[in-house]
Design a protein. Sequence first.
Length: 337
Amino acid sequence: MRAIKLSLIAVLVLAALAGCGRRGLIDVNGDKIGKDEFYARLERVPVQTIKGGQRVTVPAGQYVIEQVISEQLVQQLAKEEKVPPTDAQIEATLKYFKSSSGGSFLAQLRQQGMSQDDWKRQRKIQQSVINLMTKGVKVSDDEVKQAYQKSIAQFTHPAAVHISVIIIKEQDKINKAYKLLQQKQEFGTVAMTLSEDKATAPSGGTVGWLSMNMEGVPIQIRKAAFAAPVGSYSKPIFIADKREPGWIIVKADQTRKATTESFDTVKVFPLKERVALQKADPKQFEERLRKFITKSKIKVNAERYKKLPEMMKKSAGMPANLEPGKLNPTPTEMPKK
């Protein structure tokens, strides 16, 4: 997830700064700080990653370049071996995640600073890896059915309430927010204006689906969510958290009954794909990728990073962030019970 967000942020930053020109990027009392200085500092920001099975820290500039090269290589190899990701695969995966999230998939993406198109681009990279790993692997219907029976709990979703929240530390401020709500001001507007929770305030307080068995969420919040009729909100609730005590107003956006996804709904994705990955020989794939990397012509024009391609060829292998299950942000993980 960190790799995706960093790569995405880098692209967005470059686009946003492209027009700064002579005005400089930052102006502090008339002293201009140019984008070159910004880039230089950005490149040196330490980022943790995995190399050779070990956790190491590298400059952000090196990290992003290595990841961009790695992502391009696996997509090129998928094309060369005639197993590139198809639009049908991407759309089927997207449809499943939207369905299993109960309608909160896009909201979760927005909270992570991603759009649906961003997700599709990243999914294509992971799908390239999956297609390469499972090339030639045969999966029978019986194997898929057995997998469904063994993991049916993962496809069983308890009753849940989709909630939005307003979170404020001080009582007088939460009372102000509550008063505005009683005066018929829209919940999302009040959340964006007054909520102090940086993760939810920008999206109007949207959190997502909450079930009664989510023990990581204070019981007061769970009870308030399930007690509130759809479209209504709770009174201010004090949460006596040792680290961050504060007040919360909980709104019930919608509800869903307990459901179990049918076999037909999940047999192609994710079940068949999962079984195929379990049967695949990762060593064969890694060897094919290693050979492809070592024979590839890779060039980085920036003086600081010119030696990176040769370094990558010497340690050619599967980048940790491209392993199936490691690339996608939270909304694309398997739904949890």
